[in-house]
Design a binder for this molecule. Structure first.
Ligand SMILES: Nc1ncnc2c1ncn2[C@@H]1O[C@H](COP(=O)(O)OP(=O)(O)OP(=O)(O)O)[C@@H](O)[C@H]1O
Length: 694
């Protein structure tokens, strides 16, 4: 704009139409601006500007649609000519004959007919004005909204799975599942090293723009994992050779692998509190948009543990239908202390459903009774949040001996109470026991025992090494059912066994509580030791009651004594649940945005499109290019890249939602601009992707 200059100096500009009029429909400096403002109604009267309106005539719907949502305006600042025709030097629309998947979505481009251009009303491209209604007679990109049936789901090529039909075998309790990611034989392979999202946002993001407060448009973070997800899911040809008892081409559920260790440096650590920038109430930093680092790290470690494989291990390739054995016990010791025979535990992948399980092996077990094995069926009815589910038991010679195997739910990265509270591991010290933790353990173990006893069973393995911590403060009884098989037929009554459960339970709580003080060398009774504990009288009284009245102790009595603590534990669990749900909500849209970005990645900058007219400045795909620039390549007035995470998230969310909001997309050279609605952009992106995946 040339403003307030002495007459004569800017005469050269008087025939050049003002860009403000072209773009916004008005020029607020019209009085002073030297450029031409009487641009006229149509292109004929504005020879210096060739305004080419891209129009799309729908083959199926040739009547003009006034709901234009994309208008391409190509402005040419070429020297003025006196031609009263459309400027032939200006870029013209090349009819795009790109075929569409369905006739309903077929679109062709044509230049506006002279009658159309002759009757074009004066354009009012005031984008900010609420009355903005792109009012060309024939709309750009006025393809009808695609039939929902035609909208392709994002399906990786050449796979047997689609997102919709992939078997999703989720364990009801949210434990690891291996059934929904692409596998090695898929073209679109997340396991490839190239799939390592490394976006590490740590800029402060200002929320000055009110779009971020639109509750309809969830602001969603985009990336959360360094690792591929934990799942397999398609059947693939057995990668193992024969020798496992199965024919070579036996179909397998592949065990996903982690060829690459976790890369923590892909994420910027949260700065220490004294280095954090103070934020205004309307501001957010990148950390607040994503899953908290500690939670993310914990989940990633679990994923990593789930994905771990031992490629050259000497373990059997297959034990019954379970393959990819990885020993879980870090100590690699086989102790016979609890079961009387050496036992070991392996993470395995099932060939039946692709899920991960914990397979317990008991060595050298001879003469297993069929009905003993069948007895574990009753354990399948025990449904408790504090008992590791037992699925089945079987004997197998895969280890070249008579071993008994039991299949349990797998909880990655769990540790036993013994490991957590008594045994240091590496730099980790044993966790100091507190009264709150003890109450929580009492409540959870009571819950486990109630569920087991109700089904006419006894836990029989309440031991510090057989209670596992699967999450912070969450414990589960593991290893149940083994002694039911090994000691099958012994003449102990159920009541007796259940009584022993209560004794072991009391002993376990006492051992944990006593670990809070040095008891070595103290020659005192259990009750005396309890009195020395640094806990409340309430806790000590309950523990003394359990110890001294063991013969009369029942679960229902215990439940009534610890009722207030049950409420407290329930409250804590609800809070934990709320927290996790909050995080889940925050991350909810992640996969949606990742898919969208992948789609855009597929579409944008394909070398094969270099000479494709539909990607040229007048092509129907051009807005995608401009949109990419609008989202990712913005620069400030000094030409410096604008790295604004909230802008990116907001734009991608709007695109994915396909809302009606319009945006002005300007090419980097500022010669072309497009006013497009997100809705229309979404259609164009979908169409481009559809063409690509045909
Ligand atoms: N269902 C499970 N899922 C995942 N990990 C488990 C499961 N059950 C136990 N673990 C883990 O496996 C490891 C070995 O467990 P195991 O029951 O063999 O105990 P242990 O410490 O080896 O005791 P012992 O050998 O004396 O019986 C422990 O770290 C435990 O946390």
């Amino acid at each position: 704009m040339v403003i307030g200059k002495p007459p004569g100096q800017f005469d050269w500009a008087k025939d050049i139409p003002c860009k403000n009029i072209t773009i916004y429909g008005y020029c607020k400096h019209q009085d002073k601006c030297a450029y031409k403002h009487d641009i006229g109604v149509n292109a004929k009267s504005s020879p210096a500007v060739s305004t080419t309106l891209s129009t799309v005539n729908n083959n199926n719907n040739n009547n003009n649609n006034n709901n234009s949502s994309t208008t391409t305006t190509t402005t040419s600042t070429a020297t003025a000519t006196t031609s009263h025709q459309l400027n032939t030097a200006a870029p013209t629309f090349i009819p795009s004959n790109v075929s569409r998947p369905t006739s309903s979505s077929t679109t062709t481009f044509s230049t506006p007919s002279s009658s159309q251009t002759g009757t074009l009303p004066k354009k009012k491209f005031n984008f900010d004005s609420p009355s903005f209604t792109p009012n060309v007679a024939s709309n750009s990109f006025n393809t009808p909204p695609p039939n929902p049936k035609d909208v392709p789901t994002f399906v990786p090529n050449s796979t047997e799975i689609t997102e919709n039909n992939a078997d999703n075998h989720y364990h009801s309790d949210g434990k690891n599942n291996v059934n929904s990611t692409p596998t090695v034989n898929q073209v679109f392979n997340f396991d490839t090293p190239s799939f390592t999202p490394s976006f590490t946002p740590n800029n402060t993001v200002s929320f000055a723009n009110n779009v971020h407060h639109n509750p309809d448009i969830p602001l969603s973070p985009a990336i959360s994992h360094t690792q591929p997800s934990t799942t397999a899911g398609t059947s693939i040809v057995n990668p193992y050779s024969t020798g496992n008892g199965l024919p070579q081409n036996e179909i397998f559920f592949a065990q996903p692998t982690t060829a690459y260790p976790l890369q923590y440096h892909l994420y910027a650590p949260v700065p220490p509190p004294h280095m954090q920038l103070p934020l205004q109430p309307n501001e957010r930093n990148a950390q607040s948009l994503f899953i908290p680092n500690d939670l993310r790290e914990k989940l990633q470690l679990k994923n990593e543990a789930s994905l771990q494989v031992l490629p050259h291990s000497k373990l059997p390739q297959l034990v019954d239908v379970y393959h990819s054995l990885v020993p879980i016990d870090q100590k690699y010791e086989k102790s016979a202390r609890v079961y009387g025979v050496p036992s070991s535990l392996y993470k395995v992948c099932s060939n039946i459903d692709g899920n991960l399980y914990a397979l317990r092996r008991l060595e050298g077990v001879k003469h297993i009774n069929e009905s003993a094995i069948a007895s574990v069926k009753r354990w399948q009815n025990v449904k408790s949040a504090n008992v590791v589910k037992l699925y089945l038991a079987f004997t197998n010679m895969a280890f070249n001996d008579n071993s008994l195997f039991l299949v349990y739910d797998y909880y990655p990265c769990s540790s036993t109470l013994l490991e957590a509270h008594f045994q240091p591991s590496g730099i980790r010290k044993p966790e100091i026991i507190s009264e709150n933790i003890l109450w929580s353990y009492i409540v959870q173990l009571t819950n486990a025992l109630v569920a087991i006893h109700e089904k006419g069973l006894a836990a029989r393995t309440i031991d510090l090494s057989k209670v596992i911590i699967t999450n912070k403060g969450r414990i589960r009884l593991s290893g149940c059912g083994v002694l039911d098989i090994l000691n099958y037929g012994e003449d102990k009554k159920l009541e007796e066994l259940q009584k022993i459960d209560l004794e072991n339970f009391t002993k376990l709580i006492f051992d944990l509580a006593a670990s809070s003080i040095p008891t070595r060398g103290i020659d005192k009774s259990q009750v005396d030791i309890v009195k020395l504990l640094p806990f409340s009288d309430n806790f000590k009284n309950v523990l003394i009651y359990m110890i001294s009245d063991l013969s009369n102790l029942t679960l229902s009595k215990l439940q009534s004594i610890i009722a207030p603590q049950i409420m407290q534990t329930m409250n804590d669990l609800e809070n934990a649940n709320d927290y996790i749900e909050g995080q889940l909500t925050r991350e909810l849209e992640n996969s949606r945005l990742v898919r969208l970005m992948i789609k855009l990645g597929f579409i944008n900058e394909r070398p094969g499109f270099a000479n494709d007219p539909s990607w040229s400045e007048t092509g129907d795909r051009y807005p995608i290019k401009l949109f990419r620039d609008y989202v990712f390549h913005q620069v400030d007035e000094n030409g410096k890249a604008v790295v604004d995470l909230s802008h990116v998230l907001s734009c991608l969310n709007k695109l994915d939602a396909g809302i009606d909001e319009t945006i002005l997309l300007v090419s980097p050279d500022e010669k072309s601009c497009v006013i497009a609605s997100y809705k229309k952009l979404k259609e164009i992106v979908d169409a481009a992707f559809r063409d690509l995946s045909k």
